[in-house]
Every structure is written in structure tokens, then in C-alpha cells.
Ligand binder design. Structure first.
Ligand code: ZN
Length: 453
């Protein structure tokens, strides 16, 4: 039994049903689970470990990143892919990604997990869909587990290459029977559906323009034969993506997804920038989720997703950074800020999204999209996943009257403490679970070999 008391919290953002924000608060954690939340004077004080925040720190639930491609950390800011749209960007990068190795998967996953943790994420989903050379999803899962990040690993895939009218080169696509066999093996090896699980597996054919309708259907059937295995892909990201769907399947992206069984409470799609009103309605009715990735959507000039419309309709929306090659900054507070700002520009309405709406998407929204009711808020019975931010920092000076909104409207930078499943993974701003200088050196070496080869 281990009991941790976090006391003298300046502001505690609970994200509970009443969205309470408590002053002078404390948290009591027993064996990785939150036992009590309340005012410092009301909580028990006996604990094995005490973190005294001296009235200076804001505490909130750890952020949930719902869409990423960790391996792309090796190919940030590649010159040939800096100023092109989605399809041009993919064509510039596929040959470079074909040089990915197991060592590259491991180093990029650990670096990316470190970056996510240091900037406030405690849970992330990653979508790995290219397995050249000796790259495997097993290697990525091992690597991330060592960092302490709560992890949803997506077994991605590409099976329709250029010769069959798809976008990826034939050298990086896999046989569909092999994909399904490996997907089943990964579920049976790694997927943990218990409450407070640290590792879950998702099946995630890459996109409608890189796999067949048969693989979409069969992946859905396979996932649904195991409890808690979810489905994820890219959908309606750009206008050419919609054009491909209409020309190839004779269906809009929303109708295509429905035709292959990809709407439902166990499905979330990345982007949805070009979802039409009917698709939004179908997403809402079926409980289908969306990973909103505003920085990537702007970087590739894909468009501004209709997020206010989705949220008003009742669609579950979480935030995603997207891969590090189309949003070269992995920082979910930036994404919350951009979600807030782009919603206002899209609607020409300064009230289209509040800072608190954006924080809700980054926490509870992400938890809902990933199908979890044990993370995303700080309340008794929830996992002890929380971050602490020292409010005495230059970027938050002058905003002490509303430090919660300031998290989105100002610049948070990094977190000072992070606990995941009750384990301290950031202490006084430093990662406790990996050696960052060594990781940076390894990623730079492997990146050079991939990009300049
Ligand atoms: Zn993506």
C-alpha cells in the first residue's frame, strides 16, 4: 500500500461533472488511484509521500493525446515536405520513411513520449502504420512502457500501393492476410482491457487511400471480437482526400466509413476537416469520435475542422498533435490553444470556443474518444494521472486572476510535476524515466541517416 498526499494546491482543476475548480486544495492517492479530492483542511494528512505545492501550483488532469505518429519525430522539418499539401507531403516522405528501423522506432517513441510527458500529456495514442526493415509495433510498445506514459498503440497498415491506385509506393505496403494475422497476435500479446490499464491495442488501417474496403471491414470484425479493442484511421483530412473517396468508392468519406462498418462508439477518426453535416449527424448518433489536430491541418493547408458544429451535435472530440512531420512541435497545450483560436476564426465568432472548452477537449474529450472512464478528470476512483504547473513563471505573469484560462491563452511551456498511474514521471521539471540527452543524440543520428541517405 502506498499513499501520496498532494497538498497546498493553488488551483485544482478537477474536470469532474460539476467542472469544479478548487482553491487551496489537496489530492490523496492510494496505490495509483485517487481516493480523496478536496480542500486542504478537509483531507487526512497521513501519507507515505507528501508533495507540498506551497500554494503556488495549478494541478489538473494529465492531457490525453488522441492522434500521433511517433516515428515521424525522425523526419521533422524535412525541406522537401515543408511547403506541400497532404498528398505531396506523403509522397515526399514515404521513401524516407521506408528507411525506418527498429532502432528508429524505439528512439523516436521514447523521445516523443518524453516530449509529451514534459509538456503535460499522461496518456497518448500512437498510430504506427509503416513496418519496413525490422520495425515492429512490439518494439514501440516496449519503448513507451519504459517511459511510464499510458499508451494506446495503434497497429496501422497500408495495403494498396501505387500499382493498385493507392498513394504509397509498393515497397512499403503489406499483404492484407499478414496485417490481420499480426493484428490478432498484437492484441493477444499486449491488449489490457482492465481498468487503469497502461497498454491497449487499436486496429488502424492508415486511410481510405492506402487500404482496401475489405481490410477496413475485416479489421473492424477482428477488433470487435475482443473487448475494448478500438478502431482508428484518418478520414476527410483534405479536399483531395474527399475527391479520392468520391472517385474511387463513389461515396463521401462519412458514407464510406459507414459502408465498411467504421461508425460506432468504438471508432475514432483523425481530422474530419471535411465532414459534411450528414456525417456529423451520423457521428453524433453512433458515438463515433474525432481527433482534432488543428496545427497539422494548418501546416498542410488542409482546412479548419467544423469543431463547434461537431461539439454542438454531440460528437466526442479529443485533441491530437498529429505526427511530428506535419506538426513538428509535439505539445498538446499548443493544440488546445490553436483549437480555441481556429474555432474563432472559422466561425468569425470570438465566443466559438472558450479556453475551458479547449482544456475539456484535451482531457475529458480525449478520454471519451479513447473509450476510457478512468482518466480525464480528478475524482475518487479515477487513475492518479495529473500534472502540476508552477504559476510563478514569466509566461503566466499578470494572469493570476484566471490561471485556468491562462493555460490556453498564455504559454504553459513545460510541467513541473507529472504523475501517471500514481508514479512520479516528472519531478521539478525533469523526466525521471529516461535519459533525455542520450535520446536526443540517438534521434539526431538516426534522423540524419534516414533523411540524407
Ligand atoms: Zn495522422
Amino acid at each position: 500500500m502506498s499513499v501520496t498526499l498532494v497538498r497546498n494546491i493553488h488551483t485544482l482543476v478537477t474536470m469532474n461533472a460539476a467542472r469544479e475548480e478548487l482553491k487551496d486544495a489537496s489530492l490523496l492517492i492510494r496505490d495509483g488511484v485517487i481516493e480523496q479530492v478536496g480542500r486542504s483542511t478537509d483531507l487526512q494528512t497521513a501519507a507515505d509521500e507528501v508533495l507540498d505545492l506551497k500554494g503556488r501550483y495549478l494541478v489538473m488532469p494529465g492531457l490525453v493525446n488522441t492522434h500521433h505518429h511517433f516515428y515521424q519525430t525522425l523526419t521533422r522539418a524535412v525541406p522537401a515536405a515543408q511547403n506541400v499539401d497532404l498528398f505531396g507531403w506523403l509522397k515526399a516522405l514515404y521513401p524516407i520513411w521506408a528507411r525506418l528501423t527498429a532502432e528508429g522506432v524505439r528512439a523516436s517513441a521514447q523521445l516523443c513520449a518524453a516530449e509529451l510527458i514534459l509538456s503535460g500529456c499522461t496518456t497518448a495514442s500512437d498510430h504506427l502504420y509503416i513496418f519496413p526493415n525490422d520495425a515492429t509495433l512490439d518494439g514501440e510498445i516496449h519503448a513507451v512502457q519504459e517511459t511510464g506514459l499510458r499508451f494506446h498503440a495503434s497497429r496501422g497498415s497500408m495495403s494498396v500501393g501505387e500499382a493498385q491506385g493507392g498513394l504509397p509506393p509498393d515497397s512499403v505496403v503489406e499483404d492484407e492476410a499478414d496485417i490481420l494475422r499480426d493484428s490478432q497476435r498484437l492484441i493477444e500479446t499486449w491488449h489490457d482491457n482492465r481498468r487503469y490499464s497502461m497498454t491497449r491495442v487499436t486496429l488502424a488501417p492508415c486511410s481510405p487511400f492506402s487500404v482496401s474496403p475489405a481490410l477496413m471491414r475485416e479489421s473492424a470484425a477482428l477488433a470487435r471480437s475482443y473487448p475494448g479493442v478500438r478502431l482508428h484511421t484518418h478520414l476527410a483530412e483534405s479536399e483531395p482526400d474527399v475527391d479520392y473517396s468520391l472517385a474511387t468508392f463513389g461515396l463521401t468519406p462519412g458514407d464510406y466509413a459507414e459502408s465498411v462498418g467504421w461508425l460506432g462508439a468504438d471508432v475514432w477518426h483523425a481530422h474530419g476537416v471535411w465532414l459534411d453535416d450528414r456525417a456529423i449527424e451520423r457521428f453524433a448518433v453512433t458515438g463515433t469520435g474525432v481527433a482534432h489536430c488543428p496545427c497539422s491541418n494548418m501546416r498542410l493547408a488542409s482546412g479548419l475542422a467544423p469543431v463547434r458544429k461537431m461539439r454542438r451535435a454531440g460528437v466526442a472530440v479529443g485533441l491530437g498533435t498529429d505526427g511530428a512531420a506535419s506538426n513538428d512541435a509535439t505539445h498538446l497545450f499548443h493544440e488546445a490553444r490553436q483549437a480555441c483560436l481556429t474555432a474563432r476564426v472559422r466561425e468569425l465568432d470570438a465566443a466559438a470556443m472558450t479556453a475551458r472548452d479547449a482544456l475539456e477537449m484535451a482531457t475529458l474529450g480525449g478520454a471519451r474518444v479513447l473509450g476510457r472512464d478512468d482518466i480525464g478528470c480528478l475524482a475518487p476512483g479515477m487513475a492518479a494521472d495529473f500534472i502540476c504547473i508552477d504559476l510563478d513563471r514569466a509566461s503566466l505573469a499578470g494572469a493570476q486572476h484566471d490561471p485556468v484560462a491562462a493555460l490556453v491563452l498564455c504559454d504553459v511551456g513545460g510541467v513541473d510535476y507529472s504523475y501517471i498511474n500514481g508514479r512520479c514521471v516528472v519531478e521539478e521539471g525533469r523526466l525521471t524515466t529516461a535519459e533525455l540527452p542520450r535520446l536526443i543524440e540517438t534521434v539526431n543520428r538516426l534522423s540524419a541517416a534516414m533523411v540524407r541517405a
